[in-house]
Design a protein around this ligand. Sequence first.
Ligand code: PLP
Length: 381
Amino acid sequence: MYLQSKQPKVGTTIFTVMSQLALESGALNLSQGFPNYNCSEKLVSLVNQYMQQGMNQYAPMAGIFALREVLAAKTEDLYGIKYHPDTEITIVSGCTEALYATLTALILPGDEVIVFEPAYDSYLPAIELNGGVAVPITLSPDNDFSIDWTLVKSKLTPKTKALMLTSPHNPTGKCLTSSDLDSLAAILKDSNVFVVSDEVYEHIIFDGRRHLSPAMHPDLYERTFVCGSFGKTFHTTGWKLGYCLAPKELTAEFRKAHQWITFSSPTPMQYALADFLKDKNNYLEVTDFYQKKRDKFINALKGSRFEWIPAEGSFFQLLSYKNICDDNDYDLAIRWTKELGVASIPISVFYSDRLDNKILRFCFAKDDETLEKAAEKLQKI
Ligand SMILES: Cc1ncc(COP(=O)(O)O)c(C=O)c1O
């Protein structure tokens, strides 16, 4: 038998590679983006309670209504945007599915999708598996990873179907500003280009910044799919529960894709989250929680030979080693995992041309002891 690969260039992801290597080498694992602490006990007992009550069969295709309702109230309260829980909110299996279903709903063969690189690893394969063509735009540390909107405008063609945004951004920690949204709205005006907005870190945003979604812009709302996740906010990445918010006509097409991908997502977790989200503190407190972790990590690195700009959001801190050595970032991440005992992610893996900026990404969603020990090791370099 011969199976011609649909994804010949795709191998094992760097996240699996580094986590495995960290395990084998006994290294502190600051590579993959997940917490090494548990979620709230209250949340766990709510899931138990709903399991005991027999909520163990298929959820409705669009998700448990109570969860959609509380999400609608939260989105209106925090961002002033209204989505109808019946027709404009869909619960899915993680933001990964939200992104995939959105791209499946949007892309016709040959459609172009603009992606900013460094980009989260699922974006390009999801575009390509759906028959689209990814059009990468390189963001550079020399420019603090900000977006050159004139360049974006020059990349729009009659084939452009969508543009993908991530804020707060993984891996750079950069957040969109209102001027970014105005520029985007101006260049997309009168076009039929959709916006796919990945907002999994919406509550992990620092130094008094306010999360900005393109959906909050009056000229972008109609064209925006907001893809979110409960995993990062509630330390429950293993539950793979997320959602998509989009105007009615867009949601109708989104659901056509979602129903053939997973159809519906785990029931007891949805009931539990519907209750848990009623208390705003449960999601608002993560902002301060992660700002303290970021500060702990970077304060412990003061005086080291690394260079950094504090992450504006997300739970990742980039560290530049350009003053330390000239090694390729991939090889160095592997070497430091084995020899130094700290695992990180080389950010070249987030660029399709593997651009090496001499920067590594460290996840600070780790207990304080791990962060202190990691910083101590990094200080020795
Ligand atoms: C930017 C970004 N989008 C999406 C995801 C995946 O989210 P989920 O686990 O809800 O599928 C991640 C996880 O690391 C991420 O960093």
